[in-house]
Design a protein around this ligand. Structure first.
Ligand code: IMP
Ligand code: MG
Length: 175
């Protein structure tokens, strides 16, 4: 690992506050429905747990894990399902929960793939978005924070699998 340090960017209080707002918005938008949250592992897990707690309409949860071919720091967008969903999406009101949208490649492939499973509706919710990095157009329905083009960690986000457990969002600064 290159020598680096972490600079605090969004405090735990700020993140939790924003997630409460998203939860309230989703509860309003899905009134009278059951919302089916799909967590994209591993990065989306901390966000999904916190968000699910703030949603007041009935919630069901499922998890999936994808990896993009090619590895490295940028995704190729050609995704492989590492762990598929346990349940069907047929007729459900689905929200995909992501940690961050960067190029948009992963999400555009994933949404294309999941839309073939006939959900009643499918929306996308991300904790963080780096719009400046977008290569593929993806429509994001709920965004926690739009951030500049920096490499961030914490609240589920990793740098080489480290720092997912930080309770805040930090920027990785290379020394
Ligand atoms: P995309 O296909 O380029 O949008 O890739 C999105 C994925 O790249 C996310 O789910 C993260 O796993 C990873 N990623 C992108 N930017 C960051 C970052 O700043 N910190 C940690 N992971 C990131
Ligand atoms: Mg990831």
């Amino acid at each position: 690992m290159e020598k680096h340090h972490i600079e605090s960017y969004l405090s735990e209080e700020e993140v939790v506050e924003r997630i409460k707002e998203l939860g309230a918005q989703i509860s309003k938008d899905y009134e009278g429905k059951t919302v089916h949250l799909i967590c994209v592992l591993k990065g989306g897990s901390f966000f999904m747990c916190e968000l699910a707690k703030r949603i007041t309409v009935p919630v069901t949860l499922d998890f999936m894990s994808v990896s993009s071919y090619g590895g490295g720091t940028s995704s190729s967008g050609v995704i492989k399902i590492v762990k598929d969903l346990d349940e069907t999406l047929e007729g459900r009101d689905v929200i995909i929960i992501e940690d961050i949208i960067d190029s948009g490649r992963t999400l555009s492939h994933l949404m294309e793939l999941l839309s073939k499973r006939n959900p009643n509706s499918m929306k996308l919710c991300t904790l963080l978005d780096k719009p400046d990095r977008r290569v593929v157009d993806v429509h994001v329905d709920y965004t926690g924070y739009s951030i500049p083009d920096e490499f961030v960690v914490g609240y589920g986000l990793d740098y080489d699998q480290m720092y997912r457990n930080l309770p805040y969002i930090g920027i990785v600064k290379f020394d």
